[in-house]
Design a protein around this ligand. Structure first.
Ligand code: SF4
Length: 912
């Protein structure tokens, strides 16, 4: 393969590979990256010319340079555990597909793709599966993310078409954020919303939990989970009764209003009924409804909190109904807006990556589509379709109907509900092929054939963000080992299967041109997704392609910022459809055995199953272990203490995490993060707690509403183990979590059985320790192992986890080639005498900890501005600002209490 960009001058503009905001990233001195010394990272900054972020980055994007490097990468193809050459691996893949097709038919082969793939990778995988192997079973992890929003847009607008653009979030006079913790999940959009605050601009956050995003709210509706449909149905009923509809717009541009209003009236007849069903104060519901009626410029942004539900599609349509009823679709500052989770969820949908679609925004039942696509691809026929959606697909794997499953760039053994069952299904599948860039994931552990894929910085192509903007991900690193781009791997398999002529791509530019060509092929205005104006880009023009919104139906065409602003929709008659929506409550209702509702979601500094983001130590400093957010009442009733361990048990799985008592949780509900998996913790896979129940329209699983029982998880001992060499460990620990640090790996450990540390400590340390301190009656053991004068491992054991010291200082000692006698004496204390304990990291950009901030507040820093001036915290990406405010507010609350107590005491004194 050629090496693109070999002679390209730096800096290089590329795109962040994490969330659907799709921020532009600038790489300085990129050519030196591969040769950079350990600890050095390429300069990464936000691209001020990119319209999505205008120079901003969140901490995940800003840390991208730290995630690069060959360690932990899958660098060679493997067949059943043995390293093989590419020709042998390709032959193994092709022969397994051939054998399955010959014996069981094309539908015995399935592909499970990912919103992490580039559009070009997606395109060739979809083409090979549907056009040449002939299987319709091509689905994607985007099914878990936004398929409900897609289904709702298709029902209402006639296509998978997002009308809004990011600027609308700034222009809106009323921002409604529902099912979206944008401050953590879409941080740069949140920063844009925050920066556009002005007198009179209002924000309503609809979320059962108090989150970092509610800090922006003028009104927080902490509704009962799963009742969003009732709230928005109630809004429609209220708007109609109050005479606040845009009657002319409804009459001219929409259909089926009466049916939708009738259904809404059944579900939400009055504000009082809504308030009761949603468990909200009547006054708050009325305030929301009045504000919605008053502000023409209203954007309702929604995300996984709405989508991941058995009624996700209905919830989205309930929102869209209200926007149609007020004529607020596709206008500046006025639109419903689905915020996509993944960096290329939309690009995947463009090519047809969802099982119910065919290609280029054509469904299987789109008149003439199958023949049209077959003509374009020059194949005999495409699959009959539609294929199986993710949950159904893995059910088919479990039943033995899928003989070959090819998983690309995703980790279904962690991300799908009932993940323990998914792992078993994968193990039973005759041939599981996994393309990934890392060496170990829970899914790769089940792979028969592992294919090393290129990672961010090594691959080249395009992604499409939430506002329909196509951006280039550019290559700036050579391919490590035998890694290859996914498009190359798929095309090579296609050639091996005998389809060389149709997969004779030399570069991603070739694929992009074909993809763009298909979007316009026999289109004649029938499909809004049309980028055929880019179908004739030269290699050079593709290489320098600026971020571009679609559609681009002709070369040089100026893409519209928004869709449907003129009231013409993508339905046959040009009218949008109101959708009658019933109130369907969550399927996984709490019961006597499993009384707690389990909500799952993202945290600020991690991404998906941590394969990439955990490579940057600072991204694990904010939340280092899996945790369970619990309301104080539940904690008290169940005997749970903050920082202690607890166990969540569902009918199907377990989750062990550290208790985090949060007054912002609703009683009876817990929140757990989705990121930890079996590579990073023993029992902390959130999807083990949720059933595989799905929305009947979209097939999206109900990930936001599991059920479980909660109880303390008590251990006899707690330990921190730091090891330089992170060998695969088989700890005799009932609880373990791994935290990669800069010069070592830290393990959080706890056990229920007694351990004779003087006997077994050496096993944990990898050899005999040179320094030992033991206090058996206290349950304390500390030991350090040195090799050739370097620190090799440290073990710290306590009965009470509160007594375990912070390990920041120790972690720094691992980076030292030599250390002083004084340092050696301090190893078992785990801190230098003059080292400041900074506490849990709050500001990842400037590495500022909670205890530092508390000390600064106690010394008089009473605002985020003064904290920023003193410590720099909050002055980088800004993601920690809500936490800074909470710490200031918490300190003020304590001061008030102290004041009140003092006043009482002094008045008592006075009366005595
Ligand atoms: Fe990346 Fe953060 Fe931008 Fe999302 S918001 S694309 S994670 S920099």
């Amino acid at each position: 393969m050629s090496t693109p960009n070999a002679g390209q001058p730096t800096p290089i503009n590329t795109t962040c590979p994490y969330c659907g905001v799709g921020c532009g990233v600038l790489l300085r001195e990129a050519r030196e990256t591969r040769e950079a010394k350990a600890g050095e990272v390429p300069g990464v900054s936000g691209d001020s010319a990119h319209p999505a972020n205008l120079g901003r980055l969140c901490v995940k994007g800003a840390s991208l340079g730290e995630t690069l490097g060959d360690h932990g990468r899958l660098l060679s193809p493997k067949v059943r555990g043995a390293e093989v050459s590419w020709p042998a691996a390709l032959e193994a893949v092709a022969s397994s597909i051939k054998a399955a097709v010959d014996s069981y038919g094309p539908s015995s082969v399935a592909f499970y793709l990912s919103g992490q793939l580039l559009t070009e990778d997606y395109y060739v995988a979809n083409k090979l599966a549907k056009g040449f192997i002939g299987t319709p079973h091509v689905d994607t992890n985007s099914r878990l993310c936004m398929s409900s929003a897609v289904a709702a847009h298709k029902r209402a607008f006639g296509g998978d078409l997002v009308p809004a653009c990011y600027e609308d979030l700034e222009l809106a006079d009323l921002l409604v954020l529902t099912g979206s913790n944008a401050a953590w999940a879409h941080p740069v959009l949140y920063q844009r919303m925050k920066a556009s605050a002005r007198p009179g601009r209002k924000v309503v956050v609809i979320d059962p939990r108090q989150t970092a995003t509610t800090e922006l709210a003028d009104l927080h509706l902490a509704l009962r989970p799963g009742t969003d449909t009732i709230l928005f149905n109630g809004l429609l009923v209220w708007l109609a009764a109050a005479g606040e509809l845009d009657q002319a717009y409804v009459a001219q541009h929409c259909a089926d209003f009466d049916e939708a209003l009738a259904a809404a009236t059944v579900a939400a007849p009055s504000v009082a009924a809504v308030a009761q069903a949603c468990d909200l104060p009547v006054a708050d519901v009325e305030t929301f409804y009045h504000w919605f009626a008053a502000e023409q410029r209203t954007v309702t942004a929604f995300s996984q909190g709405v989508n991941q539900s058995v009624a996700g599609t209905d919830k989205c349509n309930a929102i869209i109904n209200c926007h149609l009823a007020t004529g607020r679709v596709g206008k500046p500052g006025a639109s419903p807006f689905s915020l996509t989770g993944q960096p290329n969820a939309m690009g995947g949908r463009e090519v047809g990556g969802l099982a119910n679609t065919l290609a280029a925004h054509m469904d299987y039942d789109t008149p003439g589509a199958k023949a049209r696509v077959a003509r374009f691809w020059q194949c005999q026929a495409v699959a009959d379709g539609p294929g199986l959606k993710a949950v159904d697909l893995f059910d088919a794997v479990e039943r033995g109907e899928i003989k070959v499953l090819w998983v690309m760039a995703t980790n279904p053994a962690v991300s799908l509900p009932e993940s323990d069952r998914i792992r078993q299904a994968l193990k039973r599948c005759p041939t599981v092929i996994v393309s990934d860039c890392v060496a170990h994931t829970d899914t790769l552990d089940c792979a028969d054939i592992a294919l090393p894929a290129a990672g961010w910085g090594e691959k080249d192509g395009t992604v499409t963000n939430s506002e329909r903007r196509i951006s280039r991900q550019r290559r700036f690193l050579p391919l490590p080992g035998e890694a290859r781009p996914d498009w190359w791997i798929v095309s090579a398999v296609a050639r091996q299967l005998g389809y060389g002529e149709q997969f004779d791509y030399q570069s991603p530019a070739d694929i992009f041109r074909e993809h763009a060509g298909l979007s316009g092929f026999e289109n004649r205005g029938s499909r809004v997704f049309d980028i055929s104006g880019l179908a004739n880009l030269s290699d050079e023009a593709y290489h320098s392609l600026a971020p571009t919104q679609w559609p681009v139906p002709a070369a040089g065409a100026r893409p519209p910022r928004r869709l449907f602003g003129d009231g013409r929709f993508a339905t046959e008659d040009g009218r949008a459809r109101f959708v009658p929506v019933q109130a369907i409550l969550p399927a996984q209702q709490p019961c006597d055995d499993y009384p707690m509702i389990v909500n799952t979601g993202r945290i600020r500094d991690q991404w998906h199953t941590m394969t990439r983001s955990a490579r940057a130590p600072r991204l694990l400093a904010h939340r280092a272990e899996p945790f369970i957010d619990v309301h104080p009442d539940n904690a008290r009733d169940l005997g749970l203490e903050n920082g202690a361990m607890a166990l969540l048990e569902s009918e199907r799985g377990r989750f062990v995490g550290r208790v985090s008592i949060q007054a912002g949780q609703r009683p009876g509900e817990v929140f757990v993060p989705i990121h930890w998996n079996r590579q990073f913790s023993g029992e902390a896979v959130a999807t083990a707690l949720t059933d595989a129940v799905v929305d009947p329209v979209s097939g999206q699983p109900e990930a936001k509403h599991g059920r479980a029982r909660l109880r303390p998880w008590r251990a006899r001992w707690h330990a921190r183990l730091l090891v330089r060499e992170n060998r695969p460990q088989r700890w005799r620990a009932d609880y373990w979590t791994q935290q990669p640090l800069a010069g070592c790996t830290s393990w959080w450990l706890a056990g229920k059985a007694p351990v004779d540390w003087s006997l077994h400590g050496r096993d944990w340390l990898g050899g005999p320790p040179q320094l030992v301190m033991q206090d058996s009656p206290m349950g304390r053991f500390r030991a350090a192992r040195l090799v050739d004068g370097r620190l090799e491992a440290v073990l710290l054991v306590e009965r009470d986890p509160e007594l375990l010291p912070a390990v920041d200082w120790l972690a720094g000692v691992f980076a030292e080639e030599e250390f002083s006698a004084a340092t050696r004496r301090q190893l078992l204390a785990a801190r230098a005498v003059d080292t400041e304990d900074i506490g849990a990291l709050v500001c990842s950009c400037y590495q500022v900890g909670e205890k530092q901030i508390e000390r600064a507040i106690a010394a008089g820093a009473g605002s985020v501005e003064t904290l920023g001036a003193k410590l720099q915290c909050g002055t980088g990406c800004g993601s920690c600002l809500p936490e800074l405010k909470a710490l200031i507010a918490g300190a003020a609350g304590v001061a008030q209490e102290v004041g009140a107590v003092s006043a009482l005491l002094s008045s008592d004194t006075g009366t005595r």
